[in-house]
Design a binder for this molecule. Sequence first.
Ligand SMILES: C[S@@+](CC[C@H](N)C(=O)[O-])C[C@H]1O[C@@H](n2cnc3c(N)ncnc32)[C@H](O)[C@@H]1O
Ligand SMILES: [Zn+2]
Length: 287
Amino acid sequence: MSSLLQCPVCREPLLATPSGYQCVALHSFDAARQGYVNLVLSHNKHSKEPGDDPEMVLSRRRFLDLGYYNPISDGINEAVASVLAEMERTSECSVLDAGCGEGFYLARLKKALAQGSAPQLAMEYHGVDVSKFAVRFATQRDRSLGWFVASINDLPYLDDSLDIVLNIFSPANTPEFARILKEDGSLVFVSPGPRHLNGLREIIYPVTREHAAPAITEKAEAFFAPAAVSRLTYPLSLKSHEEIMDLLAMTPYYWNIDRETKAKVVALDRLQLDVDVEIRVFRKKCG
Ligand SMILES: C[S@@+](CC[C@H](N)C(=O)[O-])C[C@H]1O[C@@H](n2cnc3c(N)ncnc32)[C@H](O)[C@@H]1O
Ligand SMILES: [Zn+2]
């Protein structure tokens, strides 16, 4: 497969070297010993350690490893398999998880597709997150995937280079996703549905409002046409204080709630809640 990556300094293609990547202008980026490559230029960093911190990443990893979100991952894998079937690629296909966190969804996607419908396809998987802690953990899920520290606002990919971009519970930049996708490429966008985490939200907010529809549909309009939408809902029972705290640390509520409200959640050792997730597929508009 030809290079997909773009040098963040001069925008020329980045080619693999024995120690990492380099462009024709000799800008070089070494792989860390864990197997990922940091492509964020230090003058573009808006904070010292952008993105999720180690505590949040560890909570997410522990929680996701309990398997409670496997149905979400399975739903994403089905959506990607349908996109692949429609694209009718015969030899190669590239997938980027933009805002991949600690790699749970991308690693499971690779396993599912390896057992599934298109064994003849040479798949290339990349995961990008601005948190180097998250990416470091992602390499532990599957070192054979391409893991990069980079921002969704300046993705280190060439124009029209990727077949599929995934964006799962993460910040989105639709013009940037459109730039890096091929003409017939697809964006798979995953966001909380109206009742996601009700049960927890009822404890946190005096009046629980439904999650608003994601702004993506409007934001994507200039670049993408909606192709499919599915909703996945199921009940979840958390069985310990640790599980509840790990879930809380994965949500924005962890940072937004006051001490008194946090104390109410800390006191729980059982919690019934709803999982409600929407998976949208958008196809890049031609021209
Ligand atoms: C809620 S987490 C979701 C992670 C993963 N997709 C999952 O669902 O497990 C949001 C992720 O977005 C990352 N993030 C935040 N701002 C980002 C940016 N500008 N570029 C890339 N990643 C970003 C955070 O570091 C974090 O890993
Ligand atoms: Zn360069």
